[in-house]
Design a protein around this ligand. Structure first.
Ligand SMILES: [Zn+2]
Length: 499
């Protein structure tokens, strides 16, 4: 642990008026978890100060991922050709097969994958709560990873049987409410990094049950509430934004993931209540959720970006920025081509993409005074990019912002600092210290306290094998039809072709 860190002569991406990002060569002094000074020729305040030569580095605000399911690490590789209805049993419902230890390692792996990619804050939609143990272990792993997080505890639709596919009717068993209350009241964890939130997807519940849950959760102190918003044959034809407004529950603590079918009334309500949407372009484009809305002008002030399923796709925000940006450009350009014209200029810009993953993410979690931009007094959540790789060379020197958005990948993420602590250095994750306050009871399944990435990877492979063996005990044939039946989807609405 370093009492202070001095970043010397980096090319720092700052934000000016109107959120316009721009580069400036400057030093950054970090004391404790705060950026205490910025300027040229800053001196190290003590002999203990860790000095990092950043002459060949771009220093950016740590990325903020506003929608992820961190526990799903062991499921990576399963979903490459999956649509949403395939993903549900192979991903979403897999909490059924996880032990508490599996949850610990999956969550830790997901959080470390995010840090490795330069993400310093994540909104975790934690929909794997089959028992009290799973919730506690996931919080413990989140704290241990070192990431900043909103752990949004989800009343989980728990599989009761696979054949036929049935779910437990009781979404809010007493143990779940007791645990949510207990975690929310103890929050924050990890020196203030990990806050408890609520994740909620059950808008067909009776109104009073929804109102009661939201009121209780807010009274207990949850910091955020997040919900999936997907219209269509699977989810139904309603807007969670408008339902919550009609219940008097729509407020600034809400983040709606996806929201591809959101309309002008949704946009107006989001602005009025200062609630946000999280666009996750990679899963949305693959799984038929709809067109990403990140660059629709009516959502510009209320939109941030997310990864969604790192079991399905990349967990880095550079990819999400690029996909959202290029999708918006393709769509806009096609409209000109359809009219036999050419656009004179692009409307969707790299500056906007960068802001979606930084300052807009900070606004979505209402921490814009602390993270998402670099300035004295803000929390030290930073990502340092190397500029000498074949991908970054020349781009970084000509236009550092373009280099980060258009050229960087995880290999270029050299150093990651969260809350003033270095979590990745010289391109490698540093070992994790498992949180002593939460580790009692051996949530990891081991008494070992310090874990290298290699140690963690070995545990993940063991856990993945165990989860896979449990899967193989269940007959998964014709699962798509079982999912359609269990979720009361009109079978005529799921077709091979629309011609
Ligand atoms: Zn999701």
């Amino acid at each position: 642990m370093n009492p202070s860190i001095l970043l010397k002569n980096g090319t720092v991406l700052l934000h000016g008026d109107g959120d316009v990002p721009y580069p400036r060569r400057t030093d950054i002094l970090i004391e404790g978890n705060i950026i205490s000074q910025m300027g040229t020729n800053l001196a190290a305040p003590s002999a203990d100060t860790k000095v990092i030569d950043c002459r060949d580095k771009i220093v950016a605000p740590g990325f903020i991922d506003t929608h992820n399911h961190l526990w799903q690490t062991q499921l990576k590789g399963r979903h490459a050709n999956d649509l949403l209805l395939d993903y549900l049993p192979k991903g979403n419902m897999q909490g059924y097969f996880y032990t508490g230890h599996d949850i610990f390692w999956g969550q830790l792996g997901g959080a470390l994958e995010a840090i490795d990619a330069g993400t310093t804050c994540v909104v975790d939609h934690a929909h794997m709560n089959y028992s009290p143990e799973t919730g506690t272990n996931a919080v413990s792993a989140t704290v241990s990873s070192g990431i900043r997080a909103f752990f949004c505890y989800c009343p989980t639709s728990r599989v009761k049987s696979w054949c036929p596919l049935t779910k437990d009717d009781d979404l809010l068993p007493p143990w779940l409410l007791t645990q949510l209350e207990s975690l929310a009241k103890q929050s924050p964890f990890g020196d203030g990094r990990v806050h408890i939130g609520l994740a909620f997807d059950w808008f067909l519940m009776p109104k009073q049950a929804v109102v009661d849950l939201f009121e209780k959760a807010r009274r207990w102190g949850v910091k955020l509430i997040t919900a999936h918003y997907t219209k269509g044959p699977y989810s139904g034809d309603f807007s969670p934004i408008q339902i919550l407004e009609s219940y008097g529950l729509l407020a600034s603590d809400l983040i709606f993931s996806h929201s591809n079918a959101a309309d002008m009334r949704d946009a107006d309500l989001l602005k009025r209540r200062n609630a946000f949407v999280s666009c996750t372009p990679e899963t949305e484009m693959q799984m038929a959720l709809g067109e990403p809305l990140a660059f629709r002008p009516e959502f510009a002030s209320q939109c941030a970006l997310g990864v969604d399923c790192h079991s399905n796709n990349s967990s880095d925000m550079m990819t999400q920025m690029r996909l959202a940006l290029q999708y918006a450009r393709a769509r806009a350009n096609q409209a000109f081509l359809d009219h036999g014209k050419l656009p004179r200029r692009l409307q969707a810009l790299v500056e906007d993409a960068f802001n979606l993953a930084t300052i807009q993410g900070a606004r979505a979690v209402h921490m814009e005074d602390k993270i998402g931009t670099i300035a004295p007094g803000k929390l030290a959540d930073l990502v340092l990019f190397a500029t000498d790789s074949p991908a970054m060379i020349c781009a970084a020197q000509h236009n550092p912002l373009a280099a980060v958005v258009m050229h960087a990948s995880v290999r270029d993420v050299d150093t990651v600092i969260v809350d003033g602590q270095i979590r990745k250095e010289n391109g490698r994750l540093l070992p994790c210290e498992l949180d002593p306050g939460l580790v009692s009871g051996s949530r990891s399944g081991s008494e070992q306290v310090t874990w290298t990435w290699a140690d963690i990877a070995a545990q993940l492979l063991k856990s993945q094998g165990r989860v896979q063996r449990e899967n193989e005990k269940v007959d998964m044939t014709n699962m798509l039809d079982r999912v359609i039946e269990a979720h009361k989807v009109d079978p005529n609405s799921v077709v091979d072709s629309i011609v």
